[in-house]
Every structure is written in structure tokens, then in C-alpha cells.
Design a protein around this ligand. Structure first.
Ligand SMILES: [Fe+2]
Ligand SMILES: [Fe+2]
Length: 291
């Protein structure tokens, strides 16, 4: 089969099993790192559903007769699969940690409110902003994957699989946002509206999960927190997030094709693959214009 380009979106059906007993330690025994990822996972079933809905809601705007509908469909199918697997992962995390259920109820109301108060274009701006955050995180994780690959848990494999697919569809929401007339102010303000509350909510949940595990005041948690804050990957990732605010921002300007090709062949992922359906993506050069 011909080598797929980084722009090819592959919808993968994969089998993962999440053991509740591993939920607080799956990241090489680190309670802090395990719960930093778990806290992020808590957002994803509601978040992915929001993005898919936002993209579908624009189906009536200038899509007829274009090839881009196939890419939007593949984007949606990847995101729905992520939402489903993260919901299963969250069920395992919830065992003994009812804060996950309360947090999910809060998120359901928050995403619903944002959806109802926003225009179609603004919902896509939120989607574009978060897609930049997820693809940046994916690049950070997949470029320094040692700690995730050392963990043999499916909690770790979930993030490697999700990261790969975030890179495959990193520019889909951006292209669609620009197709429907989205501009700089909308997308920049969307990043602030989504990103700033997220930082507080995510930190709150990390602390809550550690507290449920009675791990909050452990010395190794503080050591891991210090390692996180001085990690070059964190600051590199933050630099990439800030680049979103440049006028000429283009997710495709960063070439991730080599990284995508490597992770498409990752043996642990291939072993769990039930089905993989590539979606050929139309040439996009004519769709690009900066905003
Ligand atoms: Fe996703
Ligand atoms: Fe995504």
C-alpha cells in the first residue's frame, strides 16, 4: 500500500482495557503524572462531543460539491472514538474517586452553556483553539515518549494513540473555521475563553484526585511537580501554544509527517488495532489563507 501522507486521517478501531487498580499509578508509579493525565481525560468525552457537534453544525455552509466533507467526516469519527475510549478510561478512574462524576456533571453543564451561547463560527473557533492545544500536547508526548512507552498500561497506550490522531487531523478545524469566514479576533479570544478556565479546572481536579488517593502531601509528588515545572518539554509546548496568537498561524506550517509515520507503525498500537480505515484527504493548498 502506498505510504499515507501526514494529512491522511486514519479512523482506527482499537481495543483497550482500563484496570481501575492501575488508575492512580499507571504512569510509572507516579501519582502526580497519572492524575495529570487522568484529569485531562476527564474533559475529553464532553469536549470531543462538543467539537464534533460544532463541526457538524456548519455542514450547511458552503460544503456542497467540495471534497472537504470527507475530511470533516473522518475528523468527527476520530474524535468520537477518542471520546468513547476516554469515557471508558474515566469509568476506571472514577472507581473510588466520586469527584470524577461530579466534575463530569459540571462539564456537561459548562459545555452545554458555551454551545448555546455561541454562534456556529464561534463554536468552531473554540474547536480550533482546543485542537491546537491537543496537537501541541501530542507533539510533546510523541517526541519524548519514553515514560509513556515504559508504562505497559493501556492508560498510556490511550494517550499515544490519541496523540497520533490529533496530529493527523491537527488542521481540520482551522481550515473549516477559515472556510466559514472565521478571523483572528474570534480564534484568539476563543483560546483565552477555553484555555484560562481549563487551567484552573484541570489543576483543581488534579489536586482533588490526589486528595482522594491520600497522595497530596507525599514527598515524591512534590519532587514530580518540580520535575514537571522545570521540564524543557513543558516550556517548549507553552512556546508553541503562544505561537497560536501570531497573525499567520497555520497548523500545517509545522511538519509532523516523520513523527506521524513512526507512530503509525508503533507495534503496541498495531497489536490492538481491530480496523483502520484511511480517508484520503483532498489537496488543501487552495483552502489556506491566514487569519
Ligand atoms: Fe481527540
Ligand atoms: Fe482533535
Amino acid at each position: 500500500m502506498a505510504e499515507k501522507s501526514a494529512h491522511t486521517i486514519v479512523v482506527r478501531a482499537i481495543r483497550l482495557d482500563f484496570d481501575p487498580a492501575e488508575a492512580g499509578v499507571w504512569h510509572n508509579g507516579s501519582a502526580l503524572y497519572s492524575h495529570m493525565f487522568n484529569s485531562l481525560s476527564a474533559f475529553l468525552p464532553r469536549g470531543e462531543a462538543f467539537f464534533v457537534r460544532a463541526v457538524h453544525a456548519t455542514a450547511d455552509i458552503g460544503l456542497a460539491g467540495t471534497a472537504f466533507g470527507a475530511e470533516l467526516d473522518a475528523f468527527s469519527r476520530q474524535e468520537m472514538a477518542h471520546g468513547r475510549q476516554h469515557a471508558r478510561c474515566n469509568q476506571a478512574i472514577t472507581v473510588g474517586r466520586p469527584i470524577m462524576t461530579q466534575f463530569d456533571r459540571y462539564l456537561a453543564r459548562a459545555f452545554d452553556l458555551v454551545y448555546r451561547l455561541s454562534s456556529k463560527r464561534m463554536r468552531l473557533a473554540y474547536t480550533m483553539a482546543v485542537e491546537h492545544l491537543t496537537s501541541t500536547l501530542a507533539r510533546v508526548l510523541l517526541s519524548r515518549p519514553e515514560r509513556l512507552t515504559q508504562s505497559k498500561s493501556d492508560f498510556a497506550l490511550l494517550w499515544l494513540w490519541h496523540g497520533l490522531e490529533e496530529l493527523e487531523h491537527k488542521s481540520t478545524a482551522c481550515i473549516r473555521y477559515r472556510q466559514i469566514g472565521g478571523g483572528y479576533i474570534g480564534r484568539a479570544s476563543a483560546m483565552l475563553v477555553m484555555g484560562l478556565p481549563f487551567l484552573f479546572e484541570w489543576s483543581f481536579l488534579v489536586v482533588g484526585l490526589l486528595a482522594y488517593d491520600k497522595m497530596l502531601w507525599r514527598r515524591h509528588v512534590f519532587k514530580d511537580a518540580l520535575a514537571f515545572w522545570i521540564s524543557p518539554s513543558l516550556w517548549k509546548g507553552l512556546g508553541e501554544v503562544i505561537q497560536y496568537f501570531s497573525f499567520g498561524f497555520d497548523p500545517d506550517a509545522r511538519d509532523d509527517s516523520e513523527m506521524v509515520a513512526v507512530w503509525r507503525r508503533y507495534p503496541a498500537l498495531l497489536e490492538r488495532l481491530e480496523r483502520a480505515q484511511p480517508t484520503a484527504v483532498a489537496k488543501r493548498a487552495h483552502l489556506k489563507h491566514a487569519a
